[in-house]
Write a protein that binds this ligand. Structure first.
Ligand code: PBG
Length: 328
């Protein structure tokens, strides 16, 4: 490369047309997965205090949201349930209820907009009274017994019409077991998006508020979610999940973990997604509400950053707002 003054990097940045011409990455509604909270109580919507702009939706409102996603060109919605505390117990019995909130939401949304993909979280935490993702015995999260419950939960979701099941629990061996369970019941076309590299993060705080497990959670999730200090461990986690049959891999949280996104995409060349989690959303919204940053610009910049890092798509609470802006 020629040195300055022969090379002047600002030459290409001087005009809108030349900036557009050399732009390497773009964000479109096709890159967005709308993370949406459904509730058996919401009437028809109720705000989540720690996530300004996010509402818990009733089943009917969720069906409307599916139509809205279709109209905005958003390919898929990932649903997260807020269930009545009276339905929560130690074993998360409600998790595989074929008539429960999740089953109702999937059916209503697929009826309303069959062309929108529906992704379901597989984990017990919305349904347990202790707020953990798995079964507990003497303070220890049980791995293999939890995986059995997760298989049953994933089967219920597939049977209700979910297109993708997304295990977010970080138990060992769950991808292989879920694939086997789905195939045995004729759900060979149901995809698995694995929360493959999921870290024990402070950024999930507002989500616990959103699904109503904030006050419930006892202790932390460090014995199953990954240590934020590690990268090599993510490679091994993802290698295992791909080996067990994951169709897509995900990194979570998002923005603080872009190095992991970039390394996983380069290493495995798999369909790779990042989850811009509740705390990331809340930070942008809070700063914007205070007038400290331009919220819309910060939103779009953060979403574009995922693309630059190599993500094929982003799970985000911003999806409808971002798609509206992107569609002009
Ligand atoms: C449940 C689950 C969590 C999130 C998605 N699925 C919370 C957790 O693992 O503690 C977080 C989502 C968000 O913060 O937006 N296993």
């Amino acid at each position: 490369m020629a040195a300055f003054p022969t090379t002047r990097m600002r030459r290409m940045r001087a005009h809108d047309w030349s900036r557009r011409l050399m732009r390497e990455h773009t964000l479109t509604p096709n890159d967005l997965i709308w993370t949406l909270v459904v509730s058996d109580k919401a009437d028809p919507t109720e705000p989540v205090a720690s996530m300004p702009g996010v509402k818990r939706l009733s089943v009917k409102a969720a069906a409307d949201a599916a139509r809205r996603a279709r109209d905005l060109g958003i390919p898929a919605i990932a649903i997260f349930p807020h269930i009545d505390p009276s339905l929560k117990d130690e074993n998360g019995r409600e998790a595989d209820n074929p008539d429960g909130l999740v089953a109702q939401a999937i059916k209503a949304m697929k009826d309303a907009a069959p062309e929108v993909g529906i992704i379901c979280d597989v984990a017990l935490d919305p349904f347990t009274d202790h707020g953990h993702d798995g079964l507990i015995e003497d303070g220890v999260i049980l791995n293999d017994a939890t995986v059995e419950r997760l298989c049953s939960q994933a089967l219920m979701q597939a049977a209700s019409g979910a297109d993708v099941v997304a295990p977010s629990d970080m138990m060992d061996g769950r991808i292989g077991s879920i694939r086997e369970a789905l195939d045995a019941e004729g759900f060979q076309d149901t995809m698995i998006m694995s929360y493959a590299a999921k870290y024990a993060s402070a950024f999930y705080g507002p989500y616990r508020d959103a699904i109503g497990s904030a006050t419930a959670l006892q202790g932390d999730k460090k014995t199953y979610q990954m240590d934020p200090a590690n990268t090599d461990e993510a490679i091994r986690e993802v290698a295992l999940d791909i080996d067990e049959g994951a169709d897509m891999i995900m990194v979570k949280p998002g923005l603080p973990y872009l190095d992991i996104v970039a390394r996983l995409k380069a290493t495995f060349e798999m369909p790779t997604y990042a989850f811009q989690v509740s705390g990331e959303y809340a930070m942008i919204q809070a700063a914007a509400q205070n007038g400290w940053i331009d919220g819309e610009r910060a939103m779009l910049e953060s979403l574009l950053a995922f693309k630059r890092a190599g993500a094929d798509g982003v799970l985000t609470y911003f999806a409808p707002k971002a798609a509206e802006l992107l569609n002009g």
